[in-house]
Design a protein around this ligand. Structure first.
Ligand SMILES: [Zn+2]
Ligand SMILES: [Zn+2]
Length: 342
């Protein structure tokens, strides 16, 4: 069959073209994509931090309907709404068999090593497709992917309800972490740069929102002095100094959770590691008998409309280039930009 798709032509341009798509293999499911989100990591291709594969289709935040189901895929039937956990893995290595498939040496991501969801149809391994709860639509199902990282990360830092968290950054990852933190009953203070981010952080229940400016820094210093932060969640990544800011801000014996993706070596003041802990969570898995992706679906199920408020811009597939521009330009007040495909 033919599937209209966005394909990389060079680092800054996406083409719209029909590609040939085969029927799904026995272990695969074919998805009629409803929504595909643009992730910050997709923007790194445009910024030149990562090389593109010409002809490949981006998109690893995918919600849609099963349009054909391979005969070995038993947990789905045609017409089911699913979210895609885009981590393709070997399934047999020592990490995979303990559910830590996010560190499988043979892993590859749908939307990176494999064609992604910015296409009318896509074939994916059956195990990547999670049936969405009742009352979901494609948009909510696609949002489970960016929220899965924080589901995993919050598990790793053992966040407890009486604790206070500083979240650095208020893009989708930061605000998604905020939804997770609030769902666990903890308090949170968010550092946000843009007006729309600040407004959304308040709406999602942040106890305080600080600007990335002089008054914000003064207030942060006040709070740091009294050891206000049991945990800090870093969500900015890139090339900045937010790892040091996290280590300086968390109280002694506190935990730093790194959700941001860094693209260059950054130096940290390792002295802080004597009495502070730092863990990263860029992907997610199933280490405790319940996949982090399923946790994210369940959190969204309880917070549908607040999660949906992360989506600020919606475009048709043909407007993919404009969609990427909106995602790049935070002055356009974008948080999560979605393509609405079918
Ligand atoms: Zn992503
Ligand atoms: Zn493996």
């Amino acid at each position: 069959m033919k599937s209209l798709s966005a394909t990389w032509t060079d680092s800054k341009v996406l083409n719209i073209e029909y590609i040939n798509l085969s029927d799904p293999q026995d272990d695969e499911v074919q998805i009629k994509v409803g929504s595909a989100g643009i992730c910050g990591s997709d923007l790194h291709y445009i910024r030149g931090d990562k090389p593109v594969t010409v002809g490949s289709i981006p998109g690893h935040e995918i919600g849609g309907f099963a349009s054909a189901v391979g005969k070995n895929v038993k947990h789905l039937k045609e017409g089911d709404l699913v979210g895609i956990e885009p981590v393709v893995r070997c399934g047999v290595c020592r990490f995979c068999i303990t559910g830590a498939y996010q560190v499988c040496g043979d892993r590859g991501l749908v939307g990176e090593m494999f064609n992604g969801g910015m296409s009318e149809y896509i074939n994916v391994p059956g195990y990547t497709a999670f049936k969405a709860p009742n009352g979901f639509d494609s948009e909510l199902a696609a949002l489970a992917e960016p929220l899965s990282c924080s589901a995993y990360g919050l598990e790793r830092i053992n966040l407890r309800s009486h604790e206070n968290v500083l979240i650095i950054g208020a893009g989708t990852v930061g605000l998604g972490a905020l939804i997770g933190v609030k769902a666990m009953g903890a308090s949170s203070i968010v550092i946000a740069r843009h007006p729309k981010q600040k407004e959304t952080a308040f709406k999602l229940g942040a106890d305080e929102v600080l600007g990335d400016d002089e008054p914000g820094r003064d207030r942060l210093n006040e709070l740091v002095k009294v050891h206000a932060f049991d945990a800090v969640i870093e969500t900015v990544g890139g090339h900045g100094d937010t790892l040091n800011q996290s280590l300086e801000s968390v109280r002694p014996l506190g935990r730093v959770l790194v959700l941001g993706v860094f693209f260059s070596k950054v130096s940290i003041d390792a002295f802080y590691l004597l009495d502070r802990e730092m863990v990263g969570a860029v992907l997610y898995g199933n280490m405790k008998g319940k996949p982090n992706f399923q946790m994210a679906l369940d959190v969204i199920n309880d917070h549908k409309e607040s999660t949906r408020s992360l989506v600020t811009h919606r475009y048709k597939l043909n407007d993919v280039q404009t969609a990427f521009s909106s995602a790049m330009d935070k002055s356009k007040e974008s948080i999560k930009v979605h393509l609405q495909i079918n």
